[in-house]
Design a protein around this ligand. Structure first.
Ligand SMILES: CC(C)(COP(=O)(O)OP(=O)(O)OC[C@H]1O[C@@H](n2cnc3c(N)ncnc32)[C@H](O)[C@@H]1OP(=O)(O)O)[C@@H](O)C(=O)NCCC(=O)NCCS
Length: 329
């Protein structure tokens, strides 16, 4: 039987850059076609930041919208976690930059690195700190500017990614609504299938390393695809089993928006009808840690997700990391 939730979402928000990069634009940059990208990924366009815009700008805008939606003042926030692998800088944490921009002076702020699983990991960590360490109002943000590590000459990867941020404000549950259960996993044995070799302590951004494109994403697409389907299926199965909930009770499934074919393969395994699976990958591409909170906010604001609905979220990313969460909205 499901435990009573202890924390719930009080408000949500999202922010994506204005600039749109379409498949037709990419046709002019690399040897690809709109038809190839659409049929293999479901992506039509993605949003990309202008030079000079870092993650903190998007994350702050998403957070401000979430705070306004929740009716919570920045000074009331005592915890900020940003799930990201593309913070403005190596340090300070982007969460600290967001804290400053918001004026959330009372908050403890830090980033969490779990690639595309960053939002669900952050949600679970926030819940843990709220229930064991006395935090009352948390901002959980998932955001990435993956285009900052895209090699625009590599057609295998550059067509897949976009930029964005999504945020939720968490507070104590009203007893019925809130986060019911999370399931988090990782396996570093697969770190070599999806990674960014440069920019860290192993390969610092020397002129030579940059020339060799070590600062770009390296991916084995076929293997990542296969593991994504298997791991997302496992995470969703386990979170449902552990919570004692049937797949048929899910009102809305929000999968990580990496590839429409991955989403369809996972949904099919749970007999989820199309209308109960949220998809926006055609407009944003893969926004990494931002993909679930952006979709969550869209679904809430458009009325697709109603108060009382049961939402299941499931993700997969570099590490490998994978996770699922169940929430009563
Ligand atoms: C990347 C991905 C879309 C490729 O689709 P695929 O059906 O596996 O395609 P393949 O890798 O088999 O490549 C097929 C061919 O298309 C080519 N190709 C790759 N990218 C292309 C592009 N943008 N345009 C045109 N052709 C392309 C390949 O070079 C290959 O050519 P070849 O057969 O002559 O060698 C798919 O593997 C995928 O989505 N993987 C998961 C990626 C992901 O989600 N990463 C993030 C996880 S969080």
């Amino acid at each position: 039987m499901t435990k009573k939730p202890q924390v719930m979402v009080l408000g949500s928000g999202r922010a994506v850059p204005e600039k749109v990069l379409t498949n037709a634009d990419l046709e002019k940059m690399v040897d690809t076609t709109d038809q190839w990208i659409l049929s293999r990924t479901g992506i039509r366009e993605r949003r990309i930041v202008e030079p000079g815009v870092g993650l903190s700008e998007l994350a702050t805008a998403a957070a401000q919208r979430a705070l306004a939606d929740a009716g919570v003042a920045a000074e009331e926030i005592d915890l900020i976690i940003v799930g990201t692998v593309t913070g403005d800088m190596k340090f300070p944490a982007t969460a600290c930059l967001v804290q400053d921009r918001l004026g959330a002076r009372r908050a403890t702020a830090f980033d969490l690195s779990a690639a595309c699983s960053g939002f669900l990991y952050s949600l679970q960590v926030a819940q843990g700190l709220m229930t064991t360490a006395g935090y009352r109002r948390a901002l959980v943000i998932g955001g990435d500017v993956l285009t900052s590590m895209v090699n625009w000459e590599d057609r295998d990867t550059c067509v897949l990614f976009g930029d964005g941020a999504g945020a939720v404000v968490l507070g104590p549950s009203d007893g019925e609504r809130g986060l019911l259960h999370c399931y988090l996993r990782s396996d570093g044995a697969y770190s070599g299938l999806l990674y960014n070799p440069g920019c860290g302590s192993l390969n610092p951004p020397t002129p030579e390393n940059v020339r060799e494109r070590l600062n770009s994403i390296v991916m084995n697409g076929r293997e990542v695809f296969r593991h994504a389907v298997t791991s997302m299926t496992e995470a969703l199965t386990r979170v449902l089993e552990e919570a004692g909930i049937a797949a048929g009770d899910i009102d809305l499934l929000i999968p990580h928006q990496a590839n429409l074919r991955i989403i369809e393969a996972v949904s099919k395994r749970f007999d989820m009808p199309q209308e109960r699976v949220y998809v926006n990958v055609e407009r944003y591409g893969n926004t990494s840690a931002a993909s679930i909170p952006i979709a969550f906010d869209e679904a809430r604001r458009s009325g697709v997700l109603q108060p009382g609905n049961l939402v299941a979220m499931v993700t997969f990313g570099g590490g490998f990391t994978w996770a699922a969460g169940l929430m009563r909205c």
